[in-house]
Design a protein around this ligand. Structure first.
Ligand code: RTP
Length: 155
């Protein structure tokens, strides 16, 4: 069976300050790795207000926007780029619904979160936003290109 990489893509995934503080970097990375995605960029950073206002510019009119920006800037965020087949869509499935009250057990939010304002992780919602977010959080040279030796079912 010939394996096709045509739908391989990249997504931006971030572990929010609550996830970092609760020691959830390991379990979250583990879920992406074991699903078959490839980590191509990672850093811990405390994002500035300006950076977060850009990242969340689509939400600037929402009542929760100031609180969201304060929360996201309250400590280190673990910013990552994950690559693989349908990485954007499947990444969102791994995270679970935005509101943990609706996210299924077995998803990251369904297993680790209970409050929409402290929902542990972020994932790009479309290929276009993934491209924008990756460019906002990483320099091109910080995103690595590498091949998982031998196993062509790990992207
Ligand atoms: P994310 O960007 O973090 O992956 O979340 P999302 O696309 O699933 O959800 P979005 O509607 O874009 O909301 C972004 C983040 O804002 C916070 N939020 N708080 N207090 C509230 O009612 C409320 N609603 C949203 C959440 O942290 C959400 O992830």
């Amino acid at each position: 069976h010939q394996f096709t990489m045509s739908s391989s893509e990249q997504t931006f995934i971030a572990i929010k300050p609550d996830g970092v503080q609760r020691g959830l970097i390991g379990p979250i990375i583990s879920r992406f790795e074991s699903r078959g995605f490839k980590l191509v960029a990672i850093k811990l950073t405390v994002p500035t207000k300006e950076h977060l206002e850009k990242h969340y510019e689509d939400l600037s009119s929402k009542p929760f926007f100031p609180g969201l920006i304060a929360y996201m800037g309250s400590g280190p965020v673990c910013a990552m780029v994950w690559e693989g087949r349908d990485a954007v869509k499947t990444g969102r499935v791994l995270l679970g619904a935005t509101n943990p009250a609706a996210s299924a057990p077995g998803t990251i939010r369904g297993d680790y979160a209970i409050d929409v304002g402290r929902n542990v992780c972020h994932g790009s919602d479309a290929v276009e936003s993934a491209k924008k977010e990756i460019a906002l959080w990483f320099k091109p040279e910080e995103v690595q290109s590498w091949k998982a030796a031998q196993f062509d079912w790990i992207y």
